[in-house]
Design a protein around this ligand. Structure first.
Ligand SMILES: CCCCCCCCCCCC(=O)O
Length: 290
């Protein structure tokens, strides 16, 4: 069934800290007006950009808006209003879950989505919202030379590009934020057994029981998973899959096929949220354009 829900909203076009710095002195009152005008202008630009193309053009529109409204903004007394400062979090519209624009210092948000699951074949519940992040410099370094000359639409059709993204040593984090309030750690383990287990069979053959067990055993009974809990699954250097639960280290497993299996749930052939996958691919493709 085709879903018409708008995939996400942008929030906080300019971080409040930038504005409050400018308002600490009376002599900055004119500057405050300018900053507010810039914020409003940038918000308007980014809103239009978001509607036209939610993931590709937002940063460049913000930059254009800032440059147009305040050409010398980088030499003003409060410092540079860089895009890193203005980079907005994204809010998943159905659940209201907000995703930070950067995790692990350098991994930037590529797109967000929603994992729904059918319970007893009767109804679908919203289990968690997710965000996919990658280190954009690394994406450019590893994939830029091979794919930098292709257009966004060519890249989105390019199977080898997607294959390389899955297989190469690029740091990627998938952040899951639980929205279902009655989740036990046991159901988290069995959901992973089902979803990751089927991918391990697909990519690694039938002999991966021990690997799956090593991964799922990280979700120990002592963890509580109330609504709002955050699970991060990160592909680190050398195809190490690192798991954290609410910021605490749950464990690491070195396995290329396990890393691939996790990514496949979100950006593979049969993803949990197809619209999210398309947005993520567009964003990745746009990173290689400049
Ligand atoms: C009642 C539904 C229980 C579903 C729990 C899913 C929790 C996290 C599982 C992550 C992997 C997946 O989405 O399959």
């Amino acid at each position: 069934m085709v879903s018409l829900r708008f995939p996400f909203l942008f929030s906080q076009p300019i971080r409040p800290s930038v504005i409050s710095y400018a308002t600490t002195s009376r002599s900055f009152s004119a500057a405050t007006v300018v900053v507010c005008t810039v914020a409003a202008g940038a918000a308007a630009f980014s809103g239009v950009a978001a509607i036209q193309n939610p993931t590709n053009t937002r940063d460049s529109f913000l930059q254009t808006a800032l440059n147009f409204l305040l050409p010398n903004h980088s030499s003003l007394p409060w410092g540079s209003l860089s895009l890193a400062d203005a980079s907005p979090a994204l809010v998943e519209s159905k659940t209201g879950v907000s995703f930070p624009s950067v995790v692990s210092e350098s991994r930037r948000l590529l797109g967000i989505g929603l994992r729904r699951k059918s319970v007893l074949g009767l109804k679908n519940i919203d289990v968690y919202a997710f965000g996919v992040y990658a280190d954009d410099d690394q994406v450019k370094n590893v994939l830029g030379e091979k794919y930098g000359k292709l257009s966004i639409s060519e890249l989105k059709e390019n199977k080898e590009f997607k294959e390389d993204l899955m297989e190469l040593d690029i740091f990627i984090t998938v952040r899951l934020q639980i929205v279902y309030s009655r989740l036990s750690i046991r159901s988290v383990r069995s959901a992973f057994e089902e979803s990751v287990g089927s991918r391990l069979q697909k990519f690694g053959g039938p002999d991966n029981k021990e690997l799956l067990q090593r991964f799922t055993s990280q979700f120990k009974d002592e963890y509580k998973i109330p609504r709002g809990s955050v699970i991060e699954l990160s592909r680190e250097k050398g195809h190490v899959l690192r798991t954290t639960i609410d910021g605490k280290e749950a464990g690491s497993v070195q396995s290329k096929v396990l890393c691939r299996s996790i990514l496949d749930l979100y950006i593979g052939e049969d993803p949990f949220d197809r619209q999210a996958k398309e947005n993520i691919e567009s964003k990745l493709a746009s990173l290689l354009q400049n």
